[in-house]
Design a protein around this ligand. Structure first.
Ligand code: CU
Length: 139
């Protein structure tokens, strides 16, 4: 305390106040959006197919996150019509560090759920689900 002089405690007090406000603000945001406070870190910014989109059978799945992720510790599975689960294992190696891209097998028409669990580089695990539908090819 002597090193920072008599302004030290005041500065620490302000820092604590600002930190407190940030934490309170974050808690409020997570409470409003329904995201557990412990899992605010790697979130999806964009995907292909998009959430709730109906598409012709896609040949690949792309998930883009807001931060770099530990790709070896990420897992993504695809649950198709009839609860068939396809564990996606073959990531495209050249994808950017905040993206997961998988080649997909031929998908028949129906509803699909993508369940993802990723580890962000800051050590926090997040998970989520996105859904999309493959349209029946006939017009
Ligand atoms: Cu984090």
């Amino acid at each position: 305390m002597r090193l920072v002089g008599c302004r030290g405690p005041l500065w620490i007090g302000r820092a604590a106040l600002v930190l407190g406000l940030v934490v309170a603000g974050w808690a409020m945001v997570t409470w409003i959006s329904g995201i557990p406070a412990a899992s605010g870190h790697a979130i999806i910014l964009e995907s292909s197919p998009k959430h709730q989109e109906t598409v012709a059978a896609p040949s690949r799945l792309m998930l883009r996150f807001n931060s770099r992720i530990e790709k070896k510790l990420c897992s993504v599975s695809l649950i198709g019509p009839g609860q068939t689960t396809i564990l996606l294992l073959r990531q495209e190696p050249d994808a950017p560090s905040n993206m997961l891209i998988y080649q997909l097998p031929v998908l028949g028409p129906g509803a699909y759920r993508v369940k993802w669990t990723v580890l962000a580089v800051d050590g926090h695990v997040t998970q989520g689900t996105l859904v999309f539908s493959v349209a029946d090819g006939k017009p």
